[in-house]
Design a binder for this molecule. Structure first.
Ligand SMILES: Nc1ncnc2c1ncn2[C@@H]1O[C@H](COP(=O)(O)OP(=O)(O)OP(=O)(O)O)[C@@H](O)[C@H]1O
Ligand SMILES: [Mg+2]
Length: 231
């Protein structure tokens, strides 16, 4: 939970992420996004849905500034894609927790170190790192596996470690790209429930998925994307 004041001078809540009329073209193919508008408020849970190739992952890449819009702008906290400098990008990403379909844990580091890694680069103290890592692992129910290597975990457990890594820095928003896509139904439900719990504690979540059944059950806000365009 964070106690930051998100109000602007008029006392309204300021979105964490805003995408205004963004176009993004992957240069070699000409494919990408034609027109995207999206805004996520503090504490919101938003599903980003659409068929394969619609542009869901590209929208998330715009937010973590892996790609930049060719038109329009992307605003993340105080950073704007138009003005952001290359050296600011790590600071943009520190406000975000990112989870991928394929987990992307460091294979040669144990669970504790996978979660600690993002904190070590910020220069946090050892004691603080330990406290935060154990708290994040506690959130996902994996404190007891902290000395295991990723290959010793099930897929669902690996994704829960990835979730712990995503929240350890107390991000404003968790971006999740098909986080349940590689999991069996039971593990998928567990990861989904953890995302809901993280959200209930105050962290915004933007989750890309093509699982329409799941989305309908949840009763959360849904943003549709088709052929690179949001609706
Ligand atoms: N690195 C890339 N280089 C060139 N074109 C790309 C690249 N990544 C994505 N694209 C193209 O951009 C479009 C949007 O892709 P994106 O990966 O965002 O879709 P998606 O909605 O995430 O699909 P999926 O559900 O399959 O993950 C597609 O036409 C895709 O082929
Ligand atoms: Mg994708």
């Amino acid at each position: 939970m964070n106690s930051l004041d998100f109000s602007n001078s008029e006392g309204r809540r300021r979105p964490i992420v805003r995408i205004y009329n963004a176009r993004m073209v992957y240069s070699r193919t000409g494919e990408g996004l034609t027109r995207v508008n999206l805004s996520v408020d503090p504490g919101e849970f938003v599903f980003l849905v659409g068929p394969s190739g619609a542009g869901k992952s590209t929208v998330l890449k715009l937010i973590y500034m892996d790609v930049f819009p060719t038109e329009g702008q992307v605003i993340v906290g105080k950073y704007n894609s138009i003005y952001v400098r290359r050296k600011d990008i790590p600071y943009v990403r520190r406000q975000l927790g990112i989870v991928f379909q394929d987990f992307r844990l460091l294979p040669d580091r144990d669970v504790f170190e996978n979660v600690a890694f993002a904190l070590r680069v910020t220069g946090a103290r050892r004691k603080e790192i330990k406290r935060k890592v154990l708290r994040a692992l506690g959130e996902v129910g994996l404190s007891h596996k902290r000395s295991k290597m990723p290959h010793q975990l099930s897929g669902g457990e690996q994704q829960r470690v990835a979730l712990a890594r995503a929240i350890v820095n107390e991000p404003l928003i968790v971006l999740a790209d098909e986080p349940t896509g590689n999991l069996d139904p039971e593990a998928a439900e567990m990861v989904m429930n953890l995302l809901l719990r993280i959200n209930a504690k105050g962290t915004a979540v933007l989750m890309a998925t093509h699982n329409v059944d799941l989305v309908e059950k949840m009763g959360k806000r849904v943003v549709r994307i088709e052929n690179g365009r949001t609706f």
